[in-house]
Ligand binder design. Structure first.
Ligand code: PMP
Length: 389
């Protein structure tokens, strides 16, 4: 990233933390397969087990509950299976309930048949209504529920502890996608009441292509990839030691500076949102009134299309996104804002601005300067793109 650019797409991927880079370089130079019994193998094993402790500490879990996988997409696919054994009971989960604002890797339903999957609606702020959930769960005997802790596009935080109470009262299990929450708000898997939790390395400053599924004690999921006995048989394949070591170091660094990072990001985000509102009084900041991550703003201006705005910002040295990276490039509004019931014309203009621990006040000011240049010129050039369109 060059110094003259300002990066505001931390929810798509976070720049590599120096501690993660150092851990990865050291691991790349350490020979050995972690399954080998010789000293070299034991060296690789030590790196993996150290990372497991670091990731567990960030999640408020125990190291032995952490399984390393190739990213959160895989963690979600591994978690969402009828084949979860609980306290020795092998009876399969009969139905999967997921919220309408989940990441596509959750909406895909994992190993459930499509007719077993039910999508739960959200309110205008993107939150699952506990009463609606309770009513839906009555349709299943042994449900699995997947609700994300924080949304990647809006930053909205779900009432997970309350949801967990409802799920458990209905004989269900709760999986949470904590990818965007990790490193931004405190995470405590048992306080949240989650049974399974997915994490991704690259959203918290580790490398891309590493993630973890954390499964609470007395539960086990059927493997997705079978072969050697790596990761206690839950995820076969020689471990990506460097990526895992980088993930662990990033988790450790994120945990160490969580409180100060969150406070800094929240102050910058508030400054940003005040500046956006002052410059464009009719800008709509999505879910502004509810509990959100300290680093995420989803904003739309009536009459502006996100795709055009992104290019204009990019030319001005500012990297922002339209909704999630996975849905960028598509002209349609994101499924998240659509599920929140936003008018399509406004939804098409949703721009996601996401900050990180290295975001500076100067970068926020640069964004606001660019905003004051870009937005009026787009409005001038798109006279027919208003809400009535
Ligand atoms: N869940 C959420 C909420 C995400 O934002 C992402 C990344 N876009 C994923 C899952 C998938 O993570 P990964 O990139 O590690 O596969």
């Amino acid at each position: 990233m060059t110094a003259d650019r300002a990066y505001f797409d931390w929810n798509a991927t976070a720049p590599l933390r120096p501690a993660a880079r150092a851990a990865m370089l050291a691991a790349l130079d350490a020979p050995g397969n972690a399954s080998s019994v010789h000293g070299e193998g034991r060296g690789a094993r030590r790196l993996i087990e150290e990372a497991r402790r670091q990731v567990a500490a960030l999640a408020g879990a125990e190291a032995k509950q952490v399984t390393f996988v190739g990213g959160a997409t895989e963690a979600n696919a591994l978690a969402l299976t009828p084949a979860i054994e609980a306290d020795g009971n092998k009876a399969p989960r009969d139905r999967l309930f997921v919220s309408a604002v989940e990441h596509p890797s959750v909406l895909a339903g994992g190993r459930f048949a499509p007719e077993q999957v039910e999508i739960l609606p959200v309110d205008r702020d993107g939150r699952v209504d506990p009463a609606t959930l309770a009513a839906a769960l009555a349709k299943a005997e042994r449900p699995l529920v997947s609700v994300m802790l924080a949304n990647n596009e809006t930053g909205v935080i779900q009432p997970i502890a309350e949801i967990a109470g409802i799920v458990h009262a209905a004989n269900g299990l709760l999986h949470i996608d904590a990818v965007q929450a990790a490193g931004r708000i405190p995470l405590d898997m048992s306080a949240l009441g989650a049974d399974l939790m997915s994490l991704s390395s690259h959203k918290l400053g580790g490398p891309q292509g590493a993630g973890a599924l954390i499964v609470r004690g007395r539960l086990s999921v059927a493997p997705l990839i079978r072969g050697g006995g790596q990761e206690r048989g839950i995820r076969a394949g020689t471990e990506n030691v460097a990526a895992i070591a980088g993930f662990g170091a990033a988790a450790e660094a994120a945990r160490a500076s969580l409180a100060t990072d969150a406070a800094r990001m929240a102050a910058l985000r508030d400054r940003l949102e005040a500046g956006l509102r002052a410059a464009t009084p009719d800008a709509v900041i999505f879910a502004a009134g509810v509990n959100r991550l300290p680093n995420t703003t989803l904003v739309a201006v009536p009459g502006i299309k996100a795709e055009t705005a992104l290019i204009a910002f990019d030319l001005n040295g500012i990297a922002v996104s339209s909704g999630s990276a996975c849905s960028s490039g598509k002209v349609a509004a994101s499924h998240v804002v659509a599920a929140m019931g936003m008018e399509p014309a406004l939804a098409r203009g949703a721009i996601r601005i996401s900050l990180g621990p290295m975001t500076t006040e100067t970068q926020v000011e640069s964004l606001l300067i660019a905003w004051k240049r870009v937005v009026p010129s787009l409005l001038k050039n798109q006279p027919n793109q208003g809400l009535a369109a």
